[in-house]
Design a protein. Structure first.
Length: 129
């Protein structure tokens, strides 16, 4: 049986805004369906299902060193912070006027160059521009 996710896992160019992603089910398994939007940040590792035994769902860890000082509800959640920052960066990238960017003149010059130049050699990745 063909599994497009594992045959062709990369859908986006490293030079452009991520526009689509593979859908994963609640257990992190690929559904073989492409979603036409950037995936929200979430710590998952899609792995093929085991062929012989049923895998138990992995539970999270509470890092309290056995002292009972921390609970699951108090754990640091970097994914919500990542998604929030992505929203701010998207808004900032959409500002058309370089005077609104609130960067130094030299940084504005570099950003304009990275965003508009036709690179013949090494191009900066999307995350660099």
């Amino acid at each position: 049986m063909a599994e497009p996710f594992f045959d062709h896992p990369i859908l986006n160019s490293p030079y452009e805004y991520p526009k689509k992603h593979w859908e994963l089910d609640e257990t992190g398994q690929p559904t073989q369906k492409v979603i036409e939007q950037r995936r929200r940040a979430k710590f998952i590792t899609p792995i093929p299902k085991p062929k012989k035994r049923k895998a138990a769902a992995q539970k999270g860890f509470v890092f309290d060193e056995g002292k009972g000082l921390s609970t699951k509800e108090q754990q640091y959640d970097p994914t919500s912070i990542i998604n929030e920052v992505r929203g701010y960066v998207d808004t900032w990238r959409a500002l058309p006027n370089p005077n609104q960017w609130q960067v130094t003149p030299e940084t504005a010059r570099l950003l304009k160059h990275w965003r508009s130049s036709n690179f013949g050699g090494v191009r900066p990745f999307f995350c660099q521009g």
